[in-house]
Design a binder for this molecule. Structure first.
Ligand code: ARG
Length: 564
């Protein structure tokens, strides 16, 4: 039963208004004593020309009884609807237990292709803590779209082309160590790359050398090509290890180098459409009317750049995937770049430029460290994740020393704690790392939610799964009913997260369910239920709650553990 639709249907019929419009106005009040759903009459008073309070009374009088609701009341400018509790509880729990891992799913996106580009790391460089943001944010959006029936395509637009590879090649030829490269490829590539920048500070000619080697690479010179391929292969191998650890995957790794032979067509089209202008030797698209600096397409030396490759990529994506949305999960500091690229596409006459979206996010800070890649002063992501795992293991050793698969649990909980921290707040906000807060079993943390899940599992282990004989009208205490109400909201929450492209909405929701679950667990002694039927009904409520926590966590990229 879709209560919201029922309310909207009845109201629309009575008021003779559009049902979708009414549907959007239906609210869920913050407190249950104000009803389970409410309809505000402010908007209507503009057209009906009566006060909202009087409209509320009038509608209430005329609606009569509605199936599925036990009470309707007019309160001030609102009409409050109270669902028939027993029916409601039964329906929600049955639905969760029937649909299991699919609970919360919809087919809203059937037939629509959505590209989610995330991670997009630069090869030959270590992942730092900022990369985890795009990776986990994108991974979550990818899953959310899939869960709502879209055909999601996850792209890792690798940074595998550009002058920096000329620098790296020069540096490796001069200072590289083959053995070290085989052993710890990224560390070695990064070492010589950092050295290049140190040396270039003393001797600026090196920058020319870097450019020269990149030109040789672009021209397909065997030595440069071979080194570049090797760098790429070794990088991908290491990246893969990290993706496995994080449990993320991609459908495509077409990165910048993939577009090198696809830029000419775009440049020609820009010329044909008279959008390309010479400026100081470079070729640019002026965006003055849009109040933006020009988008540089070709540098004075003829080399193409980042934006050109992104232009080629956006056309390739449109042609290949005919996308409904093309989403880029990339840090805030590239906002202008994406605006320039999308605006250029629009100027070329393609309205689908509006379907390209830059999903940006804030900075990641450590209270005691500064981050800069060039100087080699960075927090490596892998180190950070292993630190989270080992710190979690210490906590588990302390709390539950006899736990069997400690290592596996510490991995899921430790990494989960980090990921949860990233996805907890609105993505534009900066993140300041705090180990104690992040790993705490209390408060709004990953371990808190995972611990709630494990606690539920232990109840089921202890008390058994209950029998099939249930009567959900026995679950009408405040704590039980509030928990069920939370569970019922899942699909709506997922849709909101999708609309706003904010996984944090789901993270917040799993926190709310965990809180409601713990209240229920504290208030009601399940094993002391006075009859078998109540006990089984409650055990089913436990099962349903765990299922929804699991589904929610999975959408933000966390796994559950049965014991911790
Ligand atoms: N590789 C780039 C970087 O690390 C990010 C790429 C973003 N995606 C894109 N299509 N431009 O800064």
């Amino acid at each position: 039963m879709n209560y919201r639709n029922i309310i909207a249907g009845k109201l629309a019929a009575y008021l003779n208004l559009d049902e979708d419009m009414i549907n959007k106005l239906v609210e869920v009040p913050p407190k249950s004593d104000m009803g389970d759903f409410a309809f505000p009459c402010f908007q209507l008073s503009k057209t009906i020309k009566k006060s909202p309070n009087l409209i509320a009374i009038d509608i209430k009088e005329n609606l009569g009884c509605i199936d599925g609701f036990e009470k309707i009341e007019a309160l001030g400018p609102y009409i409050n609807f109270f669902v028939s509790k027993g029916e409601f509880v039964k329906e929600v729990i049955n639905k969760v237990l029937e649909e299991k891992d699919d609970y919360g799913h919809s087919n809203d996106g059937a037939g629509k292709n959505v590209i989610v580009e995330y991670c997009s790391a630069n090869i030959a460089k270590p992942f730092h803590v900022g990369h985890l943001f795009t990776t986990m944010l994108g991974n979550s959006l990818y899953k959310i779209f899939k869960f709502q029936g879209y055909n999601a395509i996850g792209i890792n637009h690798l940074g595998d082309w550009g002058t920096q590879f000329g620098k790296l090649i020069y540096a490796y030829i001069h200072w590289g160590d083959e053995e070290a490269l085989e052993k710890e490829p990224i560390k070695e590539m990064f070492r010589v790359y950092v050295k290049f920048h140190e040396e270039a500070e003393k001797n600026p000619c090196l920058d020319d050398e870097g450019r020269r080697h990149f030109k040789l690479l672009e021209d397909g010179n065997p030595i440069e090509m071979e080194l570049w391929s090797k760098f790429k292969e070794l990088s991908l191998k290491e990246f893969d290890r990290l993706f496995k650890l994080l449990n993320v995957s991609f459908d495509s790794f077409d990165g910048e180098s993939f577009y090198t032979d696809k830029m000419d067509t775009v440049i020609r089209e820009l010329e044909d459409k008279e959008l390309l202008t010479e400026s100081n030797g470079a070729k640019v698209v002026f965006l003055d009317e849009e109040n933006m600096p020009p988008c540089i397409i070709k540098k004075a030396d003829g080399a193409t750049i980042y934006a050109t490759r992104d232009l080629a990529a956006v056309f390739y994506r449109k042609k290949t995937y005919d996308f409904y949305k093309n989403i880029y999960v990339v840090a805030k500091d590239q906002t202008l770049h994406f605006k320039q690229v999308f605006t250029t596409v629009k100027k070329m006459g393609y309205d689908w430029a509006d379907d390209c979206i830059h999903v940006s996010f804030g900075l990641v800070r450590f209270p005691d460290k500064k981050l800069s890649t060039r100087k080699g002063n960075v927090v490596f992501l892998e180190d950070l994740l292993y630190e989270a795992i080992s710190k979690t293991e210490e906590i588990i050793n302390d709390k539950n020393p006899n736990l069997e698969n400690k290592k596996e649990v510490a991995k899921k909980v430790g990494i989960g704690a980090v990921v949860f921290t990233y996805l907890k707040n609105s993505r534009e906000r900066d993140i300041v790392f705090d180990w104690n807060e992040m790993l705490s079993f209390e408060g709004e943390t990953g371990p808190y939610v995972q611990y709630t899940y494990a606690r539920g599992k232990s109840i089921l282990r202890k008390l058994g799964e209950g029998t099939d004989e249930v009567n959900y009208s026995k679950l009408l205490s405040n704590e039980e009913f509030e928990l069920v109400k939370q569970l019922s909201k899942f699909n709506e929450v997922v849709k909101q997260a999708l609309d706003k492209l904010q996984p944090s909405i789901i993270t917040r929701y799993v926190i709310d369910i965990s809180k409601a679950f713990n209240k229920f667990y504290t208030a009601i002694n399940i094993s002391n239920s006075h009859d078998e039927i109540s006990r089984s009904s409650r055990l089913n409520l436990v099962k349903a709650s765990l299922q929804v926590i699991k589904n929610g966590l999975s959408l933000i990229g966390l796994e559950t553990v049965d014991e911790m």
